[in-house]
Design a protein. Sequence first.
Length: 361
Amino acid sequence: MGEYNRQPVYPNLFSFIIAPPASGKGALKYSRLLGSIIQSKLLEISQKEERKYQKELHLYKQRKRKKNNNPDEEPPSRPPFRVFYIPANSSYAKVLNHLSENGGIGVICETEADTMGYILKQDWGSYSDMLRKAFHHESISSSRKTDNQYMEVTNPRLSVALTGTPGQILGLISSADDGLFSRFLFYVYKSIPVWNDVSPQPELPCLTDTFSKLSMDIYHMMTLMSDMESTFVLTPEQWNLLNDSFTHLLTHVTTFNSVNAASIVKRLGLLLYRMAMIFTTLRNYELNIQEKEMVCSDQDFHLVLRLSRLYLEHSLIMFNSLPKEDNKVVFTEAPNKEAFFNSLPHTFTRADAIALGIKYH
């Protein structure tokens, strides 16, 4: 955990890779394998506890049917069914339920962005507001009238990784003015059509096996870091560089692009901070540094600073490519009639009133 803008922050990112079909962006499936051990272990525990619960529930129902049962006996409580990956095609209620049972933690990882885009268009699946709140770890709540149920996730820590074609993004983010847009790190590319050698290469490892093995390292790192409860910090010099750099970027972007693009720069500062948290965690794990206070190295900080400028370029490409909202609310001051009336003298002519009224028109 770290602190950014006087608020607690966790290293959760929203990322979106956009490219034409068959451009290689589906390699995200290998990244998904990095969490396969975590997913399988959580599923194993959840399924075991579910079987135990069903057995206890069956025995409870048997006892209730008997005349000599204890009338004050309560039914067994259903254990949470925890998972690491949350399917993007889940309903709003199911995503919230997954986060609740996971203690607020979850990952949505999809190689086809329209999987999420289709769901967000449905009344029962529109969880765009949930994503916007989860990005800032804001509380998410829901209440159901039918069973008088209230559910709240007070500190969501959700990560999202998506890939898709340029046409698929509109199903997820309808315009550059959508608040979800500036919460994502974008990477956009177009590859030159080249046929790759698809024959077996004995000297090269199988990617599926390689990433599956690396998932054990990720599991060990997660276990180690969870037990340590570390705090992430930047040095005073790094904070100064962050503030100076983003002051310049904000001025540059709003001057040469649009004032509406300011949100990209402002949220990119937070995304940079989260990337620095991830880089520092990986480096400390590799060097076997186990300290409760994780200080970002200058090397890692400059790396994420360079990356943030790269992602800014890609976000601006998307900003200038996506449609803008047509029906914008234009904020105007209240009518000046009262101010005009109060400025009139006790006695005046019609000509005096017209001349004075020009100032308040």
